[in-house]
Design a protein around this ligand. Structure first.
Ligand SMILES: N[C@@H](CC(=O)c1ccccc1NC=O)C(=O)O
Ligand SMILES: [Zn+2]
Ligand SMILES: [Zn+2]
Length: 209
């Protein structure tokens, strides 16, 4: 058994999970219940594709983009750099970015303490120029602990558009409270749901060997 330390960086999917204003609340309903004499318990889920910790598929911001089922899983697992981006203001700017020393994947921590119980409408975004700069450095995947790369009131989705232009991929809603800055192995795989624009992921970081 490997003794490499694991960090679960996934929000719990549960009733009262904060969701994007106006989006579908998370819930589960029992379809069959052992309490009612069924041999097993079976449930159904009601949820937004952007519930909790999730991977945006390009279809979210490009009408002809790939869906969650088409995801190249190699992008979602491998070495990553966790960057402490607390105290950066409304958006992470180029000047906030550290030297990457070659990283294919970068995850940004903006919260001291992740807001598990309330929607934070003033979350930190990422400036489109910062996305472009990351792309030039060779970054293929950008992750953040906030619900979106763009501000909540954005109508133009400039950071998502910059991701599209550079053919990068996105993880949102990560929980990085317990993760010191540094390098890790990331595993965060979208479900192969055909025709949809995003998928919840179980995201973990693992100590490098
Ligand atoms: N950009 C956010 C989500 C987003 O924009 C959104 C999610 C659910 C319902 C509405 C949304 N945006 C509406 O303008 C994301 O990528 O998860
Ligand atoms: Zn999303
Ligand atoms: Zn997004």
């Amino acid at each position: 058994m490997s003794s490499r330390k694991l960090w679960d960086i996934t929000q719990r999917l549960r009733a009262n999970l904060p969701v994007w204003p106006g989006d579908t609340a998370f819930s589960h309903q029992q379809t069959w219940a052992m309490d009612d004499g069924s041999p097993v318990n079976v449930s159904k889920l009601t949820l937004s594709t952007h519930s909790g910790t999730h991977a945006d598929a390009p279809l979210h911001y490009d009408p002809s983009g790939e869906d969650s089922a088409a995801a190249d899983l190699a992008i979602y697992c491998g070495e990553c750099l966790v960057v402490d981006a607390r105290n950066t203001g409304a958006a992470i700017e180029v000047g906030d970015l550290p030297h990457l020393h070659s990283a294919d994947r970068v995850l940004f921590r903006t919260y001291d303490s992740f807001p598990h119980d309330a929607w934070d409408e003033g979350f930190t975004a990422i400036a489109p120029e910062a996305i472009q700069w990351l792309a030039v450095q060779g970054v293929r995947l950008v992750g953040i602990d906030t619900p979106s790369l763009d501000p909540q009131n954005s109508k133009t989705m400039d950071a998502h558009k910059a991701v599209l232009a550079a053919d990068m991929r996105i993880l949102e809603g990560l929980v990085l409270d317990d993760v010191p800055e540094g390098r890790y192995e990331l595993i965060a795989l979208p479900l192969p749901i055909v025709g949809v624009d995003a998928s919840p992921v179980r995201a973990i970081l693992r100590e490098l060997p």
